[in-house]
Design a protein around this ligand. Structure first.
Ligand SMILES: Cc1cc2nc3c(=O)[nH]c(=O)nc-3n(C[C@H](O)[C@H](O)[C@H](O)COP(=O)(O)O)c2cc1C
Length: 135
């Protein structure tokens, strides 16, 4: 099982509706490729984990990387695991603006990564959420 995690910056203003459309598209496409993961947005940045067969994950990542709606993509070191870390969701998506201000988003992210076994993946998502607290 290969896991790719990246952070990027939104190039345009994503409304909650835009993000819901993106989630629906990603959910359908990823489901057909047996890819699971988690996508978070704090309004200006994204963090996404994609996990599944290595070739399938790379194909989706190549497509996402070409998407003109975001840039400044930074990748975490690719992770190989025996088990899915986000098996509950195809592409679960959290938008800070749909949740309570500040701590609400942080707490929500903490709940979402509670079952993730790999510490470095947990740390990536918790760090992203912690940065949103300081904005
Ligand atoms: C932040 C972000 C995350 C995305 N995540 C996914 C994803 O998980 N799966 C996916 O198929 N497309 C995702 N997309 C959309 C793809 O970039 C692309 O628009 C979509 O797959 C359609 O590609 P196509 O027009 O080449 O078929 C994402 C786009 C952005 C901006």
């Amino acid at each position: 099982m290969q896991i790719i995690i990246y952070i990027s910056r939104a190039k345009q203003n994503f409304t909650s509706g835009d993000l819901a459309d993106l989630r629906d598209l990603a959910d359908a496409r990823n489901r057909s490729e047996d890819i699971t993961g988690l996508l978070l947005s704090d309004g200006t940045r994204f963090i996404q984990a994609l996990e599944g067969d290595a070739a399938a994950v790379q194909t989706v990542m190549d497509r996402i990387a070409k998407d003109p709606r975001h840039n400044n993509i930074s990748y975490f070191r690719p992770i190989t695991t025996n088990y899915r870390q986000f098996g509950k969701w195809t592409t679960e998506y959290l938008d800070e603006r749909d949740l309570c201000e500040g701590r609400g988003f942080f707490d929500c992210v903490m709940r979402h990564v509670a079952d993730v076994e790999c510490d470095s993946i947990k740390a990536a998502f918790i760090g992203f959420a912690a940065l949103s607290l300081s904005r």
